[in-house]
Design a protein around this ligand. Sequence first.
Ligand SMILES: [Zn+2]
Length: 386
Amino acid sequence: MQTEKLYEQDATLRAFEATVLACEPHGAHFRVTLDRTAFFPEGGGQPADQGTLGEAHVLDAHARDGVVWHEVDRALQPGARVQGLVDDARRMDFTQQHSGEHIVSGIVHRLYGYDNVGFHIGSGAVTLDFNGELAASDLARVERMANEAVWRDLPVRAYYPDAEALAHIAYRSKKEIDGALRIVEVPGCDVCACCGTHVQRTGEIGLIKVVDCIRYKGGVRVSILCGARALQDACDKHDSVRQIGAMLCAKSAEVVQGVRRLMDERDALKAQLDAVWGRVFADLAAQTPEGAPLAVAFLPDLAPAQVRRLASALAERAQVGAAFSPDGDGCRFALCARDADVRPAGKALLGALGGRGGGPRDMVQGSVACADEEAIRAALDAALRA
Ligand SMILES: [Zn+2]
């Protein structure tokens, strides 16, 4: 027996009574069928409702061949009358997202002729896949029109037209649907074949916000937030901007300039620091006589790129430049030579002290598992003689 779908007749219904028709084990849980239900089963991109059936928690719901199966955490007695309660916040959320999706997809279809080829309500943003590209300005236009539809508080109609009436309705549909087809209509915005739950008037959706758009499978994947999700997102972003503003001593509207100023300052300091290190490295190299076989320098807290730069500065004076930067129990290093292959020496050094590293003929870098300067110098001398 097919389940009477109360959620199709009245999407606002949360409490109902029904008779348990069947109950069977289902993994660690049970699944039951009822003569009637207000629990929406997963379908058309909308997740299933949750709630309670008597003492049992409804964890999931699926429909097959017109029968809604409720996954519950305890067995229910066939023949028993049970009170069903649908989780209101969860349903309201999905309903806001789903109706918002219809409006956006309908407007995109009308303005640009693209189809919605994928729709998913997850826990974050709702994603809509279109089979054509949309520019930022197109999306701004769609978003504006979608919100205007909300402001006008339009009535949303969900109904089963008969075959003759259906023949005269131009509607969006993802696939051929067997059996009776349900139409959901938002006047002036959208007509779509859909099994989901929808608001009664568009005003219930609240804000419709486009939050992202990426290229996807030859079209675009647009992310939107509606209603309570859009409000939460606005609150979170407002809070972030306010905190950033406080850190920058800038008004909320001026945080972008504030961050840009910080980045400019950071870039200038980085360039200044680079120049200072350059002078330090040149001074260290100048202590080595021109053409010496080896120049070694130890300098703590250098980043790998600076260790290489120091080795290369030393190799400007000596045949081999060896830079070391102690870091905890180990030491970063780089060996550099203008005209020699430093790879064998690097290998011998790593063999003697442990560690890891490698590189091309003229520059070997890595870190040795030793921070003792005397031991490193001795190992380096031995490695270069080998
Ligand atoms: Zn739908």
